[in-house]
Design a protein around this ligand. Structure first.
Ligand SMILES: [Zn+2]
Ligand SMILES: [Zn+2]
Length: 370
């Protein structure tokens, strides 16, 4: 089934950033990839820098190319992008040429047990391209480039009135949504604590509030971020440099504690603190983690029947639900977008995100800004 007329001229080669050794990115010409069955070619219009990109560029992991390190393999990182469908692979009728879309990261193999359960971010054939798995920017080429190939499973339509920059944030909101999903997701009328006002934490506040959680409590150390959390829907913010977070949650919930904590800070003691914020039988989802192994009061977790979940990425089509909330303008994700650069300035964009220059939160690379 060949696609008919195509308004887009697709060149043979494209500009793409590729990873050499650690912290070595270079802008090269690379062939434009061909979409296979159930895949499309996306012209990338904008891409946000994620903390995980910074991790990959410096340390390699969690990216895995051909079963090993991503260094010196011509690999293009970047996974939080949006763009325009410019070519359809065989059998694609879910999208049309010209559609504006945003992406989630993981196209599971679709045939392993986890994929069949909707947990495609934990695909048992992770990195096994021949079996259909893709995780662009992790195990296959990502979005710091002019084009990328995406499985139709990984794409969400973007409404006309959503900007390119905002659309790059859908996957971040989708990750926060997935965190709330795995805890059970029945949060209307329930207090929810979000630890850490990074991008996922701030989107977690927006999503929790949009789903009816009440009150939504956000903890953090930086005033500007907490202020942003309020604008995204936090009913209470706790500056942990001024007040003990556990005591604050007890005060704000009349001593009852909460049923759900979404941990997005990665602070070494976050799990122990979260355990003392939830009530008996409460649930904690870890969406961030400390760099080093940390001591955990397991006896407290067991005695209090506390459930702890970990998530990787944005499973169970959570991205679609997050995109729907954003399309309905239930929270203003744009607030966390702070800086924009062009494609030739990717290293600068990464530097801004890494060093939080001018309190950068989400730095977006926009192709038309090149
Ligand atoms: Zn990311
Ligand atoms: Zn799978």
């Amino acid at each position: 089934m060949a696609s008919q007329t195509n308004a887009f001229t697709i060149p043979k080669t494209m500009k793409a950033w590729v990873l050499g050794g650690p912290d070595e990115l270079s802008l090269v010409e690379k062939p434009v990839p061909e979409p296979g069955r159930a895949e499309v070619l996306v012209r990338i219009d904008a891409i946000a820098v994620c903390a995980t990109d910074i991790e990959i560029i410096k340390h390699g992991l969690p990216a895995i190319i051909d079963g090993g390190s991503p260094f010196n393999k011509g690999f293009t990182p970047g996974h939080e992008y949006m763009g325009t469908v410019v070519k359809l692979g065989p059998t694609v009728d879910e999208f049309e040429i010209g559609d504006r879309i945003t992406v989630e990261v993981h196209a599971g193999c679709g045939r392993c047990q986890r994929c069949r359960e909707g947990m495609y971010t934990s695909c048992l054939n992770y990195g096994y391209r021949e079996k259909g798995h893709r995780a662009n920017g992790f195990s296959t080429d990502g979005g710091f480039a002019e084009y990328a190939v995406n499985s139709v499973n990984t794409m969400v339509h973007v409404p006309d009135d959503m900007s390119d920059e905002e659309a790059t944030l859908v996957v971040t909101a989708g990750t926060a949504m997935y965190g709330l999903d795995v805890m059970g997701g029945i949060i209307a009328g329930e207090p929810v604590v979000v630890l850490g006002p990074g991008p996922i934490g701030l989107m977690g506040v927006g999503v929790a509030k949009a789903l009816g959680a009440s009150p939504v409590i956000l903890t953090g150390t930086r005033e500007r971020r907490l202020e942003m959390g309020k604008r995204l829907g936090a009913d209470h913010v706790v500056d942990v440099t001024k007040e003990d977070a556990v005591e604050a949650v007890a005060r704000l919930t009349g001593g009852k504690g909460v049923h759900y904590v979404l941990e997005c800070s990665g602070a070494p003691n976050a799990l122990n603190e979260a355990a003392r914020m939830v009530n008996r039988g409460g649930r904690i989802c870890l969406a961030a983690f400390p760099a080093e192994p940390v001591p955990v009061d397991l006896a407290y977790l067991v005695r209090n029947n506390i459930y702890v979940f970990g998530i990787r990425g944005e499973g169970r089509s959570a991205t679609h639900r997050a995109a729907a909330l954003m399309a309905q303008k239930r929270f203003d994700a744009k607030l966390i977008h702070t800086h924009t650069f062009g494609l030739p300035e990717v290293p600068t964009a990464i530097k801004y995100a890494r060093e939080r220059i001018e309190d950068a939160i989400k730095v977006v690379v926009k192709m038309s800004a090149s």
